[in-house]
Design a protein around this ligand. Structure first.
Ligand code: HMG
Ligand code: MG
Length: 298
């Protein structure tokens, strides 16, 4: 049967806004985060402590964390690529850091200017230091379903890198379909291979919806026991170093499907639509989320 309850991990403010050409003012980002909290979201990736030269849209990470403050029952997290990022994150009072690496050499080079081996070593070093500092650490593995530069990514390599990250002490590994190329049978193959080595509670799915397959892949994950899904409000998002990467699976589309199947999330779908309206207003255009557009068209 399906799990009774699923955790939604919101990435709109980070994955969404990192890809917008126009940088939103910090107060607008804070308003978006407030709307997500009002909808009952409990885990929100709000920004990145990466190089502002690489992602200028998120250069205000410290200021945003100051504005949103600490919230009872809500965990804010942020991407942290290295020790420099960790020291910024600690200073800002962040409780959860997310390290991130790639399963393909070309994407790794473009995204963080490192080989996979260098990136694994750095992610493990950052994880160890973050754990020592009392942070929770999540991990991402990108290009699991395919790479924009190299195409196919062998499952055996995904398993090997995933094990190295999990051994490094992350509490959860989020598997990224960075460019949204995955199909359901492939998802089953990937998860089956990983589940031989990693308990399902440690896995999350981070699906971009470039080709409309994100929800189908999420359903496969759900049926295989995955209980954490990343999503972004209205389907905001992409990856600036992965050409063609569209938005993440829209939070409302995921929540609508889950609630309809009797799986609880603790999120209020009506309020989520309001958050989607806030996101559209702030970025000044319609978002791709299907449930959002259906709700607004009624
Ligand atoms: P680099 O240029 O190779 O390294 O960047 P560097 O150490 O030479 O640093 C360059 C400059 O940045 C230096 O400044 C550093 O001090 C500074 P300068 O001396 O030139 O003035 N710097 C920093 N500043 C602030 N915070 C830091 C930091 N680190 C260095 N933490 C680096 C290497 C990793 C820093 C860079 O490549 C980078 O920041 N990359 C991030 C790219 C990124 O954020 N991509 C998008 C997120 S990944 C994603 O979206 C996928 C995901 O959603 C999952 C999926 O969909 O698959 C997670
Ligand atoms: Mg992503």
């Amino acid at each position: 049967g399906l799990p009774e309850r699923v955790d939604v991990y919101e990435v709109g403010p980070r994955d969404g806004l990192q890809n917008e050409l126009r940088t939103l003012p910090t107060r607008d980002k804070a308003r978006l985060v407030e709307a997500l909290i009002a909808a009952g979201e409990k885990r929100i990736e709000v920004t990145s402590f990466v190089s502002p030269k690489w992602i200028p849209q998120l250069a205000d990470a410290e200021e945003l964390l100051r504005l949103v403050g600490r919230r009872e029952g809500v965990t804010f997290s942020a991407l942290v690529p290295n020790l420099r990022g960790l020291s910024r994150a600690k200073e800002a009072g962040l409780e959860e850091a997310a390290v991130f690496i790639s399963a393909s050499e070309a994407h790794s080079k473009k995204n963080i200017n490192k080989s996979i081996a260098e990136a694994v070593a750095e992610a493990r070093q950052t994880t160890e230091a973050a754990l020592k500092a009392g942070l929770r650490v999540r991990g991402y593995l990108s290009t699991v379903w395919g790479c924009p530069y190299e195409g196919e990514v062998p499952v055996s390599r995904v398993v090997e890198i995933s094990r190295a990250l999990v051994d490094g002490g992350i509490y959860q590994l989020s598997l990224g379909d960075t460019i949204g190329v995955g199909t359901p049978r492939q998802t089953e193959t990937i998860l089956s291979a990983l589940l031989e080595h990693i308990p399902v509670e440690k896995l999350a799915l981070h699906l971009h919806d470039t080709r409309g397959t994100a929800l189908a892949n999420a359903l496969v994950g759900l049926q295989m026991g995955v209980t954490t899904f990343d999503a972004s409000i209205g389907g905001l998002g992409g990856c600036p170093y992965a050409p063609g990467a569209a938005g993440n699976l829209a939070t409302e589309d995921l929540v609508y499907m889950l609630h309809g199947m009797g799986v609880q999330t603790g999120i209020n779908l009506d309020k989520l639509v309001e958050a989607g309206m806030v996101a559209q207003e702030l970025i000044g255009r319609k978002l791709a989320g299907k449930f959002l557009q259906a709700a607004l068209g009624e």
